[in-house]
Design a protein around this ligand. Structure first.
Ligand SMILES: O=C(O)C(=O)C[C@]1(C(=O)O)C=C[C@@H](O)C=C1
Length: 364
């Protein structure tokens, strides 16, 4: 064997023995952590709480391990491993149920798994409205909904539905969105491309340049687009790698999104409130009186307190035409005294005010 000729086996055997020793230590520590988590679960159960999931505590743990990461793994890799450890531990306390926009293979599923880890129980539902209904009715305690894409802007439906339901935002997830041209191939035979409207907007330039003559057919999701492409050799789709695998089609061209850092932000919705973690965001919906300077007046407390507004988005108020509500995100937590004082001032001036939640900023 080549390995013997280079004298590698002895060194390889030694290193593998070391790896076995480290694996045994990791396994022992994993078991110890799992037992501690199960104990925490028993204490919560005895206290009569129904809240086993604590996104604030999870965010703190993930940030700490990333900050203390000695390498050689990247902070992202370390966070992903700990994400799964915490997820598995929580499943020992109580299985966490999460609704997302299905079917399997969607970006919403990827976002849900990124945030909750794979030991949660995921429930695909058929519309964003259904996610809100399931969480509002208490059928499923948490949901993951898309809110904005860095190329395409807001997902208006999620913003509007948040106002229709008395729910809280208890977390956010950021997901890098990679779109692939998929199909049974070859590329020269493509006459039609099945594509979700949000995806189409994120790949507009690529489609115009590379497949100018293909008919673009609306699909209800990226996963369904891939399934439709699997039925017809003259059809392609734009979908995730996972959806392509599930549908049994090939990746014909990877990464065709127009913006190389195309990212979607999701909200985690539920009924729980989180405590400050030192790196939080608060989301509000406000409206001012219909007169000159009212928005300026409404926003001035943020500037005066030095609070960083990270987003402002207007939506029709729906009650009266040509009136608007403003969705605001800023850095800070409503339980921090300085933030609480600003919110009090804004609420006093606003014709409409609702705090949608304070929650830990996306960790990784
Ligand atoms: O600290 C808790 O409350 C736990 O339940 C433990 C733990 C963890 O694994 O560290 C698990 C789930 C919670 O969401 C947060 C943290």
């Amino acid at each position: 064997m080549a390995e013997e000729a280079t004298g590698l086996p002895a060194e390889l055997a030694r290193l593998r023995a070391e790896i076995d020793r480290v694996d045994a230590a990791i396994l022992g520590l994993l078991g110890e952590r799992g037992r501690l988590t199960a104990e925490v679960g028993k204490i919560k159960h005895a206290a009569g709480t129904t809240q086993y999931y604590h996104p604030d505590r999870e965010a703190e743990i993930l940030r700490r391990v990333m900050a203390e990461n000695p390498g050689p793994f990247s902070d992202q890799q370390v966070a992903r491993v700990f994400r799964e450890i915490i997820s598995a531990g929580l499943a020992l306390e109580e299985p966490l149920r999460v609704a997302y926009l299905g079917p399997e293979g969607t970006f919403s599923q990827m976002a849900a798994e990124k945030h909750f880890g794979r030991s949660a129980q995921f429930h695909p539902v058929s519309s964003i409205a259904e996610i809100f209904r399931e969480v509002d009715s208490g059928q499923i305690p948490f949901g993951v909904v898309p809110v904005e894409n860095s190329t395409e802007g807001s997902v208006n439906l999620s913003l509007d539905l948040m106002l229709d339901h008395p729910l809280q935002i208890c977390g956010e997830v950021q997901l890098r969105i990679v779109h692939n041209l998929v199909g049974r191939g070859p590329r020269s035979s493509i006459r039609r491309v099945h594509v979700h409207y949000q995806t189409r907007a994120q790949c507009r330039l690529w489609l115009a340049e590379q497949l100018p003559h293909a008919e673009l057919c609306d699909a209800p999701s990226n996963a369904e687009a891939a399934r439709r492409a699997a039925l017809d050799p003259e059809s392609a789709a734009i979908s995730t790698r996972r959806a392509a695998e599930l549908a049994g089609v090939e990746i014909l061209v990877p990464s065709i999104e127009d913006q190389p850092d195309n990212t979607t932000r999701f909200w985690v919705i539920g009924r729980i409130a989180t405590r400050p973690t030192g790196s939080d965001k608060t989301s509000l919906v406000v409206a001012g009186a219909h007169r000159a300077g009212s928005l300026h007046h409404l926003l001035s407390p943020f500037a005066e307190a030095g609070l960083n507004l990270t987003r402002i988005e207007s939506r029709p108020a729906r009650a009266n035409i040509w009136e608007y509500v403003f969705y605001l995100d800023f850095l800070g937590h409503r339980l921090e005294p300085q933030v609480a004082a600003v919110l009090e001032r804004i609420e006093a001036q606003a014709s409409f005010y609702r705090c949608l939640g304070s929650y830990p900023r996306a960790v990784f």
